[in-house]
Design a protein around this ligand. Sequence first.
Ligand SMILES: [Zn+2]
Length: 96
Amino acid sequence: MASGAQVNRKQRRARDRALKKQRSKADFEEKLGLFEKLEDECLSCQKPFDKKDKKMVTTWNVVVREKENKVNLYCPDCWSIATKVIKDFQQGKQND
Ligand SMILES: [Zn+2]
């Protein structure tokens, strides 16, 4: 019956939606867990980091090392130095 098939499709869609919801919640909790692992200082220069400071949260750089289950935190100064070093290194490689 056509109406029966429609109900099934609806149920399936509802189930898919529920699964998706569950998954994104798990993702969120995972990220939150990592956020709690955040250091309270720059990994490189030990400048203090305030998680409650919105400006800091948006300007500091977080590098998630999922394999090591670690979160590395860099202040903007150290981050710009680090990216410069990487850039120089890549350019040096190209010049070889
Ligand atoms: Zn730093």
